[in-house]
Design a protein around this ligand. Structure first.
Ligand code: FE
Length: 212
């Protein structure tokens, strides 16, 4: 055995695993022991989430912008609508709601308790989403938080803060930027940034429109 191999230590054997990592391992071991899931299923779930990114949510938003029928289905029954696009929400106990921003109402999503997030459409949440500062301030001063992200909403617009839970995840359907009538679905999807699907910002405005 070479020196390198002798020195190799599997990270899972390390005594330095964090409390939460140890707890997750213990829970996984118990679930497997009780036959509730297999290691392959756990790995498959991890793979799915790791393969998701805000580009996936952006595809859904762009489709809703160009296809009124899809938008209607997305708002009424998000689970089956996103399934049309190949996105499976595996856990039947976790609901997804799509919140449509309008001229009158702007939605902002937070999880005040922890970090609940539509990971099957957006991937892992950004660190700030999990921070105590965001979780508390989003509720107390949503407009102040949005201003820090560069979004100043008109005073008459209603702001609705939605608190995610383990049972209910939210995806904001942002407003389609003005001047994007001629853009393809793919081009529109590139305007949809992650933060606009959380509601702290609006989508990008296309450069040609912004500089006109
Ligand atoms: Fe949470």
């Amino acid at each position: 055995m070479s020196d390198v191999q002798e020195g190799h230590e599997h990270p899972e054997d390390s005594a330095e695993l964090s409390y939460y990592a140890q707890r997750a391992q213990a829970i996984e071991a118990l679930l497997e022991e009780k036959g509730l899931c297999t290691p392959e299923e756990v790995q498959q779930a991890v793979n799915t989430v790791e393969s998701r990114s805000p580009a996936d949510g952006a595809r859904v938003v762009a489709r809703a912008w160009v296809d009124p029928g899809f938008k209607q289905r997305l708002l009424a029954d998000p689970r089956s609508a996103v399934e049309e696009m190949g996105y499976i929400l595996p856990d039947a106990n976790t609901q997804l709601a799509v919140l449509e921003n309008t001229e009158d109402v702007h939605y902002l999503v937070v999880c005040t308790l922890c970090s609940c997030y539509p990971r099957n459409l957006l991937g892992r949440p950004p660190d700030w989403y999990k921070s105590l500062a965001y979780r508390s301030r989003a509720v107390i001063d949503p407009r102040g938080v949005m201003a820090e992200f560069g979004l100043e909403l008109p005073g008459e617009m209603e702001v609705r803060v939605m608190d995610s839970t383990a049972d209910m995840r939210y995806l904001v359907l942002p407003r389609r930027p003005a001047g994007t009538e001629g853009l393809s679905e793919e081009a529109l999807a590139r305007l949809v940034n992650r933060d606009s699907m959380i509601g702290v910002t609006d989508p990008f405005i296309p450069q040609a429109v912004a500089s006109a």
